[in-house]
Design a protein. Structure first.
Length: 363
């Protein structure tokens, strides 16, 4: 796949290998945001319909990205919001297990710890495997006493994979809920909710979806769409499109997953940026992105190996990111030294996380 650096605003001297931290905006996304800001400067041009139509475009694009319908998608401000929503709507009994991964991202842990304290459930942390990968370890821990499996599909520190289709099948067999944090993969790694069948899938937009901060999406499976929202706002109520009748208070919600929308979800600026970014991702094709980034990370892993650095085996990690480590650890000042040379990566756990995108060249 042809390099796409010209679609971004990256200076030639900057080597940005940190998309898993936060992505640079596409030029098209920047332009969309500027247009939306200009619209807000003349608010008399904003109609009641505008509160809904822009958001429905964003909702629909994300649905297409993961194989869902527009009705299955809620708008959330952060992955933590979606995880809290999931924790409110799953059934957990005393003594049952809630499964998470070792060193899982905190936003996908704290809500489950709180729920465990409230219900008497047990947090079962799957240890980082020394061989065989995460999937085998998660499947071994998932049994009839499991209430929730709350995991990502690749670990945020080094991209090591979990086979969500296999885990989803096991969850259905033991009647456990599957709650997935897709923040570190959606947009760079294919995921089809019809195959995985998660109960809830959450993501923020500012990483691999190349979108803005404080904006994200939550897929809610149809059998979960009668659940309880985190908040009660005017926007998620039936008939909200008719501003003249908002005080005809209604108990009914908007259809599908819209009942779970965060208040003021119709953020014209953020939604417009997210739409432009997802349109470009769809034009590239997620499978093409994944393949192109896989070629880059293979080259990075090979070069790193010559320097004595190791990474998870190719078959056990996502194509778009990897963690590099070495016995005895890495120098504490490595990141500042790299930054002085305009090379940007992240330190996560004991590894240097390298996460390129289509703007990175092979030079």
């Amino acid at each position: 796949m042809k390099n796409q650096r010209e679609l971004f605003d990256l200076p030639d001297e900057v080597a940005y290998f940190n998309c898993a931290y936060t992505a640079p905006l596409l030029k098209s996304a920047q332009a969309a945001g500027r247009r939306a800001i200009a619209d807000k400067a003349v608010p008399w041009t904003i109609t009641a319909d505008d509160f809904f139509t822009t958001l429905e475009r964003a909702r629909g694009l994300f649905g297409r990205l993961v194989g869902a319908t527009v009705d299955d998608v809620a708008i959330i401000p952060a992955a933590s919001y979606g995880v809290a929503l999931a924790a409110r709507n799953v059934t957990v009994e005393q003594g049952q297990k809630i499964i998470v991964l070792a060193e899982q991202f905190p936003s996908h842990v704290y809500a489950w710890r709180k729920l465990a304290r409230k219900t008497g459930a047990v947090i079962n942390t799957v240890a980082r495997p020394t061989h065989g990968g995460w999937t085998r370890a998660v499947l071994a821990e998932t049994d009839e006493n499991t209430a929730v499996v709350a995991i990502p599909n690749c670990h945020w520190t080094d991209g090591s994979l979990v086979d969500l289709e296999a885990v989803g099948e096991k969850c259905r067999a033991v009647v456990a809920a599957l709650v997935v944090d897709g923040t570190q993969s959606l947009g760079a790694m294919p995921l089809d909710v019809k195959k995985v069948q998660p109960d809830i899938l959450v993501t923020t937009a500012h990483k691999w979806l190349l979108g803005p901060y404080s904006f994200g999406f939550c897929y809610v499976a149809p059998h979960r769409q009668d659940g309880e929202p985190l908040e009660e706002n005017w926007f998620n109520r039936e008939g909200a499109q008719d501003f003249s009748r908002l005080v005809d208070y209604r108990d009914q919600y908007q259809p599908g997953a819209r009942r779970f929308d965060v208040g003021e979800a119709s953020n014209f600026i953020l939604a417009s940026i997210a739409i432009a970014a997802m349109e470009q991702i769809m034009a590239w094709g997620v499978e093409n992105i994944s393949a192109a980034l896989g070629e880059k990370t293979v080259l990075i892993a090979q070069s790193a190996q010559q320097l004595g650095l190791t990474s998870p085996p190719k078959e056990q990690r996502a194509a778009h990111m990897l963690g590099l480590s070495r016995p005895g650890g890495l120098p504490a000042d490595l990141l500042p030294r790299l930054a002085r040379r305009n090379i940007y990566v992240s330190a996560r756990g004991e590894a240097i996380r390298v996460s390129p995108h289509l703007y990175n060249t092979d030079e």
